[in-house]
Ligand binder design. Structure first.
Ligand code: ZN
Ligand code: ZN
Length: 372
């Protein structure tokens, strides 16, 4: 209920005209009601206050879903009424708003297609249609940036499983083995350990492929010597983990060792910069500064990190010049990397919780040099 209250407060301050909100992004539906089905919409109505009251009252939200989810909706849905729609769920959701006298409904501009919006407009009587739907920037996604204690517990568990899987993968990495075999072993172990799935396509990038910032596992056989970048995450209890480690097969050159140390130093510097009140751009700059000193900054071609939670990429963005400040309860990744086309790439990524006093690393797997 706290989440719904926070959502209505956020909606009111950003879009005071809206007297209802339609939530259709499945992750937001789950966040607000607990329902995990694939076809659902939530109507949240705000009753306009009388003159004396400052805040709108929130009427009980209603979740619309279809007949496949009768049992599941009853079991999972908290803080919302459930309507099993006979036809399209959005048609029933629209009809309920019209009959409740809604005039301006906020809809998620990022997750509503043009076709969906066209269809919904037709379900609103023509006299009320003009200005009925107001596309707004995702309000729920903004709330999800700050995790509560339960969410932090789940992210901690997902991150811990990720670290265990990494340790296990080390026994699998050897010259001649295909990258997909490492990914398959890791993903099988993740499911056996209880993960619902992976939070994104597992990256196993070996040898020259390590220079691809995003190199999903391929049929490529691992070389006798060279870097192997492992970047992967599990989805556990509805929450994503995300971590990267780079290990080396065979003996490394001094240049390779030095480059690894520089990336690690950059990663530690960025983590050291994490604390409440700090603009995200400063955290990014802390990593970039170290790599500039090592004359490697030109090869650091992406941002330093991102928020992570129910989705693998959430706010805030940890990137150059980002003014948004860190707040306690945010969980972000810190993942500087360098990519030297031809020779090799290196990336090191942790999940970090912003605490009142600074930062806590949720992915304790070692970052020391590993030579296999
Ligand atoms: Zn990652
Ligand atoms: Zn990441």
């Amino acid at each position: 209920m706290i989440r719904l209250k926070r959502l209505s407060a956020a909606l009111q301050s950003a879009y005071p005209d809206a007297d209802a909100m339609l939530i259709t992004h499945p992750v937001d539906v789950r966040y607000l009601t607990g329902f995990t089905g694939s076809n659902a919409a939530v109507v949240l109505r705000l009753q306009r206050p009388g003159n004396a009251r400052r805040h709108s009252r929130l009427s009980k939200p209603v979740l619309f879903t279809d007949g496949r989810y009768i049992q599941q909706a009853k079991q999972e849905t908290k803080y919302a009424g459930v309507v099993i729609a006979q036809g399209p769920i959005l048609r029933e959701a629209c009809a309920s708003m019209v009959s409740a006298g809604v005039r301006h409904c906020a809809i998620d501009a990022e997750h509503t297609t043009v076709a969906t919006l066209d269809g919904m407009r037709r379900w609103i009587p023509s006299k009320q249609r003009r200005g009925f739907f107001q596309p707004v920037l995702p309000v729920a996604a903004g709330l999800r940036e700050i995790k509560d204690a339960e969410e932090i517990g789940r992210l901690r568990a997902a991150a811990k499983l990720g670290c265990e899987l990494f340790e296990d993968s080390l026994t699998q990495i050897e010259p001649g083995k295909r990258e997909v075999e490492i990914a398959a072993h890791l993903e099988f172990a993740a499911r056996v350990a209880g993960a619902e799935g992976m939070s994104f396509e597992t990256i196993v990038a070996s040898g020259p492929r390590s220079a691809l910032p995003h190199g999903p596992a391929t049929e490529q056989r691992m070389p006798r010597r060279g870097f192997v970048v492992l970047d992967f995450g599990v989805l556990l209890g509805g929450y994503c983990s995300d971590m990267t480690r780079t290990v080396h097969l065979g003996a490394a050159t001094t240049a390779e060792r030095d480059a690894y140390e520089a990336v690690l130093e950059a990663q530690l510097a960025a983590i050291a910069a994490v604390r409440p009140g700090v603009p995200c751009g400063e955290v990014d700059e802390a990593a970039r500064r170290v790599l500039r000193r090592a004359k490697l900054a030109d090869f650091f071609t992406h941002s330093t990190g991102h928020g992570v939670g129910m989705e693998i990429h959430e706010g805030p963005r940890i990137a150059a010049k980002q003014q948004q400040t860190l707040k306690p309860g945010m969980v972000i990744t810190i993942e500087p990397g360098i990519y030297l086309p031809g020779p090799f790439g290196i990336r090191i990524e942790d999940m970090v919780l912003v605490t009142r006093g600074g930062a806590e690393i949720l992915t304790p797997a070692t970052k020391a040099w590993i030579e296999l």
